[in-house]
Design a protein around this ligand. Structure first.
Ligand code: FAD
Length: 422
């Protein structure tokens, strides 16, 4: 038997975060990454207080804060008319939830996780190791890679993303295509025709589309994500969501949105898909985390964050199993504890993300009027739609609601419906 206790397939944010947190709890971990290096796409990431609170506990927040931006507001705009509809006060949210809302470059987070994991004596990181085969042998699990190597561990964690190979051990299903495609990228801030404040995360909502903008890397880069429903996909075209369709789709939007589109990279595009929520992520000595377990549409900006919460939960669950060989009953109990902490919670985020996409992308006249009116009428300090996600709320946070800027702080209406996040 190898010395591995846990083998993690996939060295993305989820896999590296879990490796770090497991090692800190005394568990020996090997991470197998198929790519030649640990790397992320050149785009940004939002991390809400429910995630930064946990990153603070493991000492990663202090490493990424100098490269991050703490935006003041999450602003929702109508992409057709250019009207500002509402915003969430992110500095007030920091007080409410006791942790900041940050935006940063994905590489800056991945590098911080990799550096911290590498510094742990219990962690082995291997690149060029693509997991192709898994054999659950009862008391241990055997993992085979495309390069011919074979590893044995006491538990395999599949953190291998949307198209997970390990997930096939648990369930036979496929990613659910949404028919939407994303173009994204972070470029030097001076290369963007930027019409919005650098202090804000901005979400432009239009019929069947949205655009998200925010600064990253301490304000040096500007991140933009344009997402739209592809007519070419609906028509069954093989090559859908093309750059030409991107330009056509955004040509009817307001000027501030139109001028953003040329600075988006066109070489790569991301067809958007998620997975159906599962009741279990575990079978025997194999379990899942991150997108492999609960790939979600990005409208709540939570996928990477939820994968880090998985890492935290599984590290706590396995921490009591000790140094030696793990007994199956103990492993079962630990994984049951991991699942009870995470499966339903992540599934709820998955399902809610779909609903938020539908609200952002409404494309008929009356629903659009109703959405915009609900957004306009909400109190910008009304958190009832995000407390469940960003919480817990700090004691006393509700006692003295802050006064908003003139004109923004209107009393909550019983009918108010608030947006969540980008
Ligand atoms: P991945 O990032 O997919 O990593 C999987 C890793 O496994 C990769 O390194 C891959 O090379 C490796 N791998 C794959 N197969 C194998 C194999 N067989 N063997 C070995 N290695 C393998 N989330 C947020 O929290 N905030 C946001 O603001 C946000 N915005 C988003 C915007 C867009 C447009 C999109 C598409 C997603 C967004 N997300 C966001 C979601 C987030 O990107 C994902 O949820 C997150 O990257 C998942 O991390 P992961 O480690 O589980 O999977």
């Amino acid at each position: 038997m190898s010395t591995d206790q846990v083998i993690i397939a996939g060295g993305g944010i989820g896999g590296l975060g879990a490796a770090l947190m497991l090692a800190r709890k005394g568990v020996r971990v090997t991470v197998l990454e198929r790519a030649p290096e640990f790397a992320e796409v050149g785009a940004g990431l939002q991390l809400a207080p429910n995630i930064t609170r946990m990153l603070d506990e493991v000492g990663v927040l202090e490493k990424i804060l100098p490269l991050s931006v703490q935006p003041k507001r999450l602003v929702f705009m109508n992409a057709v008319t250019g009207e500002k509809l509402t915003h969430l006060d992110l500095l007030d949210a920091r007080e409410r939830y006791g942790a900041p809302y940050i935006v940063l470059h994905r590489s800056d987070l991945l590098d911080a996780l990799r550096d911290a994991a590498e510094a742990e004596p219990n962690v082995v990181l291997r690149t060029n190791h693509e997991v192709t085969e898994v054999e659950d042998a009862g008391e241990h699990v055997v993992v085979r890679c495309a390069n011919g190597s074979e590893l044995t561990g006491q538990l395999l964690v599949g953190a291998d993303g949307l198209h997970s190979v390990v997930r096939r051990e648990i369930v036979e299903d496929e990613p659910v295509p949404s028919g939407y495609v994303a173009y994204r990228g972070a470029v030097p801030v001076e290369d963007v025709d930027r019409r919005m404040d650098m202090d804000d995360v901005v979400v432009w909502m239009g019929p069947g589309l949205h655009l998200v903008q925010y600064p990253v890397r301490a304000g040096k880069l500007y991140n933009q994500v344009a997402v739209f429903r592809s007519q070419e996909f609906l028509e069954g075209k093989e090559d859908w969501g093309t750059p030409e369709e991107l330009d056509r789709t955004y040509s009817g939007m307001c000027e501030a949105v139109r001028v953003a589109i040329p600075s988006l990279g066109r070489i790569k595009r991301w067809p958007m898909a998620d997975r159906e929520p599962l009741d279990t992520w575990t079978k025997g000595r194999v379990t899942l985390l991150g997108d492999a377990a609960h790939a979600m549409l990005q409208y709540l900006a939570q996928g990477a964050g939820q994968s880090l919460l998985d890492g935290s939960a599984i590290s706590t669950a396995l921490s009591g199993l000790g140094e030696g060989e793990w007994v199956s009953d103990d492993v079962d109990r630990a994984l049951a504890a991991y699942e009870s902490e995470r499966v339903a919670a992540a599934g709820h985020v998955q399902s809610t993300a779909r609903v938020w996409g539908d609200i952002w992308h409404v494309d008929s006249h009356v629903p659009m009027i109703l959405r915009d009116e609900a957004f306009r009428r909400r109190d910008v300090y009304d958190y009832h739609l995000v407390d469940w996600l960003y919480g817990p709320v700090r004691d006393g946070a509700d006692d003295a609601p802050p006064a908003g800027p003139a004109g923004d702080h209107v009393p909550a209406e019983p009918t108010s419906a608030a947006p969540a996040h980008a």
